[in-house]
Design a protein around this ligand. Sequence first.
Ligand code: MLT
Length: 385
Amino acid sequence: MNSAHRIANLPPYLFAEIDKKITAKRAEGVDVISLGIGDPIDPTPDNIIKVLNEQSLNPDNHRYPSYFGMKSYREAVSRWYKKKFDLSFDADSEVLGLIGSKEGIAHISVAYVDPGDVVLVPDPGYPVYNSGTILAGGVPHFMPLTPENGFTPDLDAIPDDVAKAAKLMFINYPNNPTSAVIEDDFFKRVVDFAKAHEIVVCHDFPYSEITFGGYEAPSFLSTPGARSVGVEFHSLSKTYNMTGWRCGWVVGNESVIEALGRVKSNIDSGVFNAIQYAGIEALEGPQDIIEKMRGIYKKRQDIVVTSLKNIGIDVEPPKGTIYVWFPVPIGHSSASFATLILEEAGVVISPGSAYGPSGEGFARIALSVPDDRLEEAMARIKKAL
Ligand code: MLT
């Protein structure tokens, strides 16, 4: 059967491909350690699970949820922004519930991109920025993130005709996969650029709480003028170890929220209410999980950074995210290194090139296994080299 032209250029999803490799290796009897996907091994806090259990028993919650997220959930998101960033958002017009931020990121292109329109995509970047663009018939224009530019896009390097044709720009700090954070006026420059070229900015912010050494990640929407050009995507996945729950949101520019809500209400029927109640508990219940997870990830980060140093790869300990991004040893490509590590060590890492052409020469380790398994993985990598 012939599939639609629109999926001809759509690559298979990176982590679905990695899952296939893991399954095949495990079928061969290999004790695979996966440092591929950023999927916390640590459990969702009990108070959140308790709310899900209670709410799941209420028949009112068994019916269709609101298309836009329950009002009480949107209000909780709005209160979270007020408390954390002193920003006020109207829960009705400036907040929209999502089935995880990935879903909203994929659908925003449906709302804004016509065939042939350009979308500015960080390279390397979370694969969905690219695939959502392709699904909408858009043309991704990669903005290289390199060590030389602090892994932030060089906006002056975007050609004028590209900027003119661009409808959306994706940015993401703390950054996946490079772990870079924002420490200068980059967001301000993005606002100016977006205003000059009438571009909608989509800031992807799922690692806002996973920061180290006293660094606190700024919201893009704290930047003066940001609300007139953009939105911010977020999710409960990484902060509260809730990747499997699929519960996120987008906040910001009212007309963008309306457009994405219109797309979504025609496609999905929202998140199970009991999960949204659990989401409210996540945002407004005890927050000790945040410091706890920062400590856990810092320890794992130290294990990886020290082990890499021992094999001659020097990286600065990242200030954010659950990843370590590093240059592969000389003589290897990203793919050849990841393949060697899988074949010789039974360890899965993500090749940097899978995140875009500028990821070539790098690889990503996710800090998503317990310390002892991480130590074993790093020892196996050392031995394989
Ligand atoms: C990652 O590992 O980069 C992402 O968390 C995976 C995903 O969201 O699909």
